[in-house]
Design a protein around this ligand. Structure first.
Ligand SMILES: [Zn+2]
Length: 398
C-alpha cells in the first residue's frame, strides 16, 4: 500500500484517511493534503508514472495526459511567454482526451481509489464530470451512479458509455437537488459520495501536471493561470509544486492566478476586497453566466489551505473576463491553433490577455476540441438507465 498521511494545514496534525472522509479529525475547517515520501516515478504510462504520489496502490489502463503547446503567435496575443497545458481533443497535437476536459483524469483516479476501497460511487454533475464517469467507469470493477438534472441531460455526450456507469436523470431538478439526492443514495452501505475537490484522489491526480511540467522543463513555471469553478485544478497544481519544493527537487513556487466570468465572480470579488469571506448572490448564476462550469457556489476558497491562502502565500491574482471578451479570445485562439475552446477556456485566454506577467506562464486549458471530436468519433447523448422525479424513486435503482 502506498504509504501516506494527510496533514491538516490548520492544526498541522497528521492523520490517516478513513475511506471517503478526508477532513481533519479535530474538525478544523481546512483542506487537508496528502503527504508522500519524496518524489519518485515508476515506469508506467500517463498519470500512473507518478503512482508513488497518488493515494492508490495500482494503475488501470488509462494512459492519457495533457500535452504542452508553445506558440509564438499565441505569446504575442497574450503578451507573455506561455506554455499551454492542453486538456482536450486534437489528435494533430497528440491530444486525445475524448471527453475534452481534465475531468476524465480526476475521474479515472477517483474510480481507482473507490475500487481499492471496495466501494461503489455516487455523484451529481451537470456536465463534464458526468461525461468523464460515464465514459471511464469500465476501467474498474465497481458501479457508479451519476445523478443529473433533466435540464442538462441533453448536453451530456459520450463516445462510448460504460455498462457499469448508471445514469440517473432527475425530472424537474436543479444541481443542488441532484447533489442532495445523490447524497441520500449514499446511505446504501456500499456506495460512497465522490466528494469532488475534497477527494484526495481527484486533487492528487491533477497535481501530476506539476510533475509532468517539471520533468519536461526541469523547473516549475513562474506563474500558473487558470479559470476556476471550484478551484480544484489550481489548488492541485499548487500542492504538486509544493511537494516538489518540500523534497528539495526544485526551489520555486509558482504564483497562482485565477479567473472568472462576469457577472458571477465570487472568488475574484472576495480576493480583490482582501477578504476570506465570499459574497452572496441573489440569482441563479447558471441563468446569467456564459461559462457555466465556472459558476460553482461553494468554491474551495475560504477554507484553510484553500484558494485564499494559496493566492496570498504565492502573491497571485484574480481577474475577470466578460462573455464578449471570452468569445473574442476564443476566435483568436481558433485562428492560431484551429481548435475550438469551451467558454471557460475562452475566459482563461481572455483574462490572461489582460495581465502583464514576467517569466514563464503555464496556462491550463481544459475544455477544447469538441467540434473535431464530433466529426471524428461521433459522440452521442447517453440514454438514462433510470428516470426519477424525487428521492422516492431511489428504491428502483439497482
Ligand atoms: Zn486540523
Amino acid at each position: 500500500m502506498t504509504d501516506f498521511d494527510l496533514k491538516c494545514p490548520e492544526c498541522n496534525s497528521f492523520f490517516k484517511t478513513d475511506r471517503f472522509s478526508f477532513n481533519c479529525p479535530d474538525n478544523c475547517d481546512s483542506l487537508s493534503n496528502t503527504v508522500y515520501q519524496g518524489f519518485n516515478v515508476v515506469e508506467e504510462e500517463g498519470i500512473w508514472r507518478y503512482l508513488p504520489m497518488l493515494p492508490v496502490d495500482k494503475s488501470n489502463n488509462y494512459n492519457k495526459t495533457p500535452v504542452f503547446l508553445e506558440n509564438q503567435r499565441f505569446n504575442e496575443l497574450v503578451g507573455g511567454e506561455v506554455v499551454i497545458a492542453f486538456h482536450g481533443y486534437h489528435p494533430e497535437v497528440g491530444a486525445d482526451l475524448d471527453t475534452c476536459t481534465f475531468k476524465e483524469i480526476e475521474a479515472v483516479c477517483s474510480l481507482r481509489y473507490a475500487m481499492e476501497q471496495g466501494s461503489d460511487l455516487a455523484l451529481a454533475s451537470v456536465g463534464n464530470t458526468a461525461n468523464a464517469f460515464l465514459r471511464y467507469t469500465h476501467l474498474e470493477d465497481i458501479t457508479t451512479y451519476i445523478f443529473v438534472p433533466e435540464k442538462t441531460h441533453i448536453d451530456l455526450f459520450c463516445v462510448e458509455k460504460s455498462d457499469n456507469a448508471k445514469l440517473v436523470v432527475i425530472e424537474d431538478a436543479s444541481y443542488s437537488d441532484a447533489q442532495e439526492i445523490a447524497n441520500q443514495f449514499c446511505s446504501r452501505p456500499d456506495v460512497s459520495y465522490d466528494g469532488g475537490g475534497r477527494n484526495i484522489a481527484r486533487r492528487d491526480s491533477l497535481s501530476t501536471l506539476a510533475y509532468q511540467y517539471y520533468e519536461r522543463y526541469n523547473n516549475l513555471p513562474d506563474h500558473y493561470f487558470q479559470p476556476i469553478g471550484s478551484g480544484t485544478g489550481a489548488i492541485a497544481f499548487y500542492t504538486g509544486s509544493k511537494r516538489l519544493n518540500d523534497v528539495g527537487v526544485v526551489n520555486k513556487i509558482p504564483k497562482i492566478h485565477i479567473a472568472q466570468n462576469n457577472p458571477f465572480t465570487p472568488v475574484v470579488d472576495a480576493w480583490n476586497q482582501g477578504t476570506r469571506k465570499l459574497p452572496t448572490y441573489d440569482y441563479n448564476p447558471l441563468d446569467r453566466t456564459y461559462a457555466k462550469v465556472l459558476t460553482n457556489k461553494n468554491p474551495l476558497y475560504s477554507t484553510t489551505g484553500g484558494l485564499y491562502d494559496i493566492l496570498k502565500s504565492t502573491g497571485g491574482s484574480a481577474t475577470t473576463a466578460t462573455k464578449r471578451e471570452a468569445e473574442k479570445a476564443g476566435e483568436k485562439f481558433n485562428e492560431i491553433f484551429n481548435i475550438d475552446l469551451y467558454p471557460a477556456a475562452e475566459v482563461g485566454v481572455a483574462s490572461l490577455m489582460k495581465k502583464k506577467l514576467d517569466g514563464k506562464i503555464l496556462l491550463n486549458i481544459t475544455g477544447a476540441g469538441r467540434k473535431k471530436l464530433k466529426k471524428d468519433l461521433n459522440p452521442t447523448t447517453p440514454k438514462p438507465d433510470y428516470i426519477i422525479n424525487d428521492k422516492s424513486g431511489l428504491e428502483e435503482i439497482k
